[in-house]
Structures are given as structure tokens and as C-alpha cells.
Design a protein around this ligand. Structure first.
Ligand SMILES: CC(C)(COP(=O)(O)OP(=O)(O)OC[C@H]1O[C@@H](n2cnc3c(N)ncnc32)[C@H](O)[C@@H]1OP(=O)(O)O)[C@@H](O)C(=O)NCCC(=O)NCCS
Length: 336
């Protein structure tokens, strides 16, 4: 096992890691599209300003020069006072203690760097759940993933939804990110929604204009193309609602719907339904390879779940956020 820098890694190493990701996907999430070897290096290397991602790989070192066989991978993204972990072990090499060893290396680094906790997203129905629980991680938050198949969308009905917004609001579409003149109002809408959140902030929202700009630039550098649809309250110019989708270069068949916000005082005017419906029309036109859009919602968010069901999203799996105290984790891993 060694620390690994995707920036200086060979093309063979990156290719081998993609193969491992795809072997893991085939075993754990067989309905998710496999990764392409497109901008994977950028995806792994780029972070927001002030954040760092440290990566280790386990590889077969008996191969000839120029070949590579990476069979396991761990990374920890250090942000704020939390480290966000990602661990993958090839299916045929599981239950031999490799995963535990990888977490131990990353946790020790987070401890040495003074971080207080480690968070991780674990997908329901996969081996990650018993794995993190065996390491003492505690479940903090759950969301349900919904997946929408574009070929099952009723576009006529969707057209009605897209235009069903109350008078006094205007919908705008911004491929690539919000324009400069809207950054302030956009960040304001995000800041207001921040108060409603209970999750672990493993992916913090960008609620000030500079951070927002940085986050959009980071998405582009990682190969994640952002699309934004927003609703403007015409009387005040405020951003009343917004929805963000990214289309990853690594799997352009399936887009991620990241964040949808309707600012509290603008709820009840059909904004959620209208901006999401408009987004689907725009994506269909802009991204010919796109087949599916996935989104994540808290189970208590009944109004958003209802709208998602109307649009054609089908509940897929639960996604959990787990957390562990770094000191306790390091101690228990060293004792075991
Ligand atoms: C989770 C994962 C990293 C574990 O790797 P691993 O090398 O098998 O883990 P370890 O052998 O170190 O297991 C440590 C402990 O975790 C628990 N555990 C791990 N897998 C388990 C399973 N399938 N069932 C029950 N317990 C399990 C056990 O307590 C195990 O100790 P034991 O083998 O002595 O009983 C690996 O299964 C993996 O890569 N999963 C991918 C999951 C994922 O995120 N998929 C979707 C994203 S693409």
C-alpha cells in the first residue's frame, strides 16, 4: 500500500483504478453505469480551495514496468474539522482485512493532522454498512436516492408542470453555472436553506458568493458539468428557488441532481415542480447521452418526494451518513 497522487500517476494506474471502480460498481450497484476513463485524474485530484484529498492505493507490485493493478483505494478529503472517507476493495479480495487496513492508514493521517471526526457515506444494501458499523461508526443521517429514467418521462405532462408556476416568478436556465450578476442572490438563497439542514455537511453548501464561484469552478475542473435552473421573484429580483444538476464526464449517462432549494417564503407557488421539470427539458436537449438523473432526499421532506414522484423519480436505495471520532477510531484500529 502506498500514498498515491493522481496528478503524477501513470495512465496505466488511472486505468487500473477505473477497472476497480467498475468491478465494485458491478458487485454493489449493478444498475449504475460504469465509469469511463475520462477526466478521472481531474476528478480525483481537484478540490475546493482550502480542502485537501489524500489518497492511498493497494496494488500488485509483481507486474512488469508500465503495467498496473490497483485492487483497493482509500481517500480522505480534509475539510473544516472533518475528514470524509471513501474506501473501495475489489470484490474478490474482500473479507481479508484490507478495508480495515486502509481505513487505519487514512484515520491515522487525519488524527496526525488534528482533525476531530471522520464521516463517510455508505450505501444501503452494500457491504459498506456492516463494515463501517464493525469499525464503530455511528449512523447520523439517511437520505433516499431516487432515479428517473428519461425514456419513461411523460414529456407532455412535464410541459404542463414546467409552465405551472404562479404569476410573479420567472424561470431562467443557466448551463455552466449562475451568471455573475446573480451570484449574490443565488448565494443568499443557499444561505437561507442552510438553516433547514440536519445532515453532516460532508458536502457543504456554498452560501457566500466567492465560495459559490470557487465551487462552480471546482466542478468544471473535476469534469462535472453544472446546469442550473432558477426561479426569480420578479418584484424583488430574489432567487426564490434553484435546482442544480451535474453531468459527470466519468458517467455522462447518469446525472446527479445535487441541490434543490425553494426559499421558505416562496413555497406553495409551484416552483419546485416547475424548475425541476424545466431542467429535464434542458438536459434532454443539451446532453444526448444522458439516460437517467439521480437525486437524494431526506425521508421527512414529503413535499419534495411527492414532486419527485410526479416527475417520475423512483425510490432506489437508502444512503447513510456515518461518523466516528478520530481518536476513538485510531485507538480501536490499533488495538484490533
Ligand atoms: C466495505 C469494504 C471497503 C470492506 O472491505 P474489506 O476488505 O472486505 O473489509 P475487511 O476485510 O477489512 O472487513 C472488516 C470487517 O468489516 C465487517 N464486514 C466487511 N464486509 C462484511 C460483509 N460483507 N458482511 C458482514 N460484515 C462485513 C466484518 O466485521 C469484517 O471483519 P471480519 O472479516 O473479521 O468479520 C468493501 O466491501 C468495499 O469496497 N465495498 C464497496 C462498497 C461501496 O461503497 N460500494 C458502492 C460504491 S461504488
Amino acid at each position: 500500500m502506498r500514498e498515491w497522487d493522481p496528478r503524477s500517476a501513470s495512465a496505466a494506474e488511472v486505468r487500473s483504478l477505473v477497472e476497480t471502480v467498475n468491478a465494485v460498481l458491478a458487485a454493489d450497484l449493478p444498475d449504475d453505469p460504469p465509469w469511463r476513463d475520462v477526466q478521472v485524474r481531474d476528478y480525483l485530484a481537484e478540490t475546493m480551495p482550502g480542502e485537501r484529498r489524500i489518497t492511498w492505493v493497494a496494488e500488485d507490485d509483481r507486474l512488469p514496468e508500465g503495467e498496473s493493478k490497483i485492487f483497493a483505494h482509500v481517500s480522505i478529503l480534509l475539510l473544516g474539522d472533518i475528514g470524509v472517507l471513501e474506501v473501495l476493495v475489489r470484490p474478490e479480495l474482500r473479507r481479508r482485512g484490507l478495508g480495515r487496513q486502509l481505513v487505519a492508514v487514512a484515520a491515522r493521517r487525519a488524527y496526525l493532522e488534528g482533525f476531530s471526526s471522520i464521516g463517510v457515506e455508505a450505501i444501503g444494501g452494500t457491504t459498506a454498512i456492516p463494515f463501517y458499523e464493525s469499525l464503530g461508526f455511528e449512523r447520523e443521517y439517511v437520505e433516499t436516492r431516487g432515479v428517473l429514467n428519461l425514456d419513461s418521462v411523460d414529456w407532455l405532462a412535464l410541459g404542463g408542470m414546467a409552465s405551472g408556476i404562479s404569476p410573479g416568478y420567472r424561470i431562467e436556465y443557466h448551463p455552466g453555472g449562475p451568471p455573475d450578476h446573480l451570484l449574490e442572490a443565488y448565494a443568499q438563497a443557499k444561505a437561507e436553506a442552510q438553516h433547514d439542514d440536519e445532515d453532516l455537511e460532508l458536502a457543504p453548501r456554498s452560501s457566500d458568493p466567492q465560495r459559490l464561484r470557487d465551487s462552480i469552478e471546482t466542478l468544471h475542473r473535476r469534469g462535472l458539468k453544472p446546469y442550473i435552473v432558477l426561479a426569480i421573484h420578479e418584484a424583488t429580483g430574489a432567487v426564490a428557488g434553484l435546482t442544480e444538476v451535474v453531468v459527470p464526464a466519468q458517467h455522462p449517462e447518469r446525472a446527479d441532481q445535487y441541490d434543490t432549494i425553494v426559499v421558505r417564503e416562496h413555497r406553495g407557488y409551484g416552483i419546485d415542480r416547475a424548475i425541476k421539470a424545466r431542467m429535464l427539458f434542458e438536459l434532454r436537449a443539451a446532453e444526448p447521452t444522458l439516460r437517467q438523473v439521480q437525486t437524494w432526499n431526506a425521508q421527512h421532506n414529503e413535499s419534495m418526494l411527492k414532486v419527485n414522484a410526479e416527475l417520475g423519480y423512483q425510490s432506489d436505495r437508502d444512503w447513510y451518513e456515518y461518523i466516528a471520532d478520530v481518536t476513538q477510531l485510531v485507538q480501536s484500529l490499533e488495538l484490533s
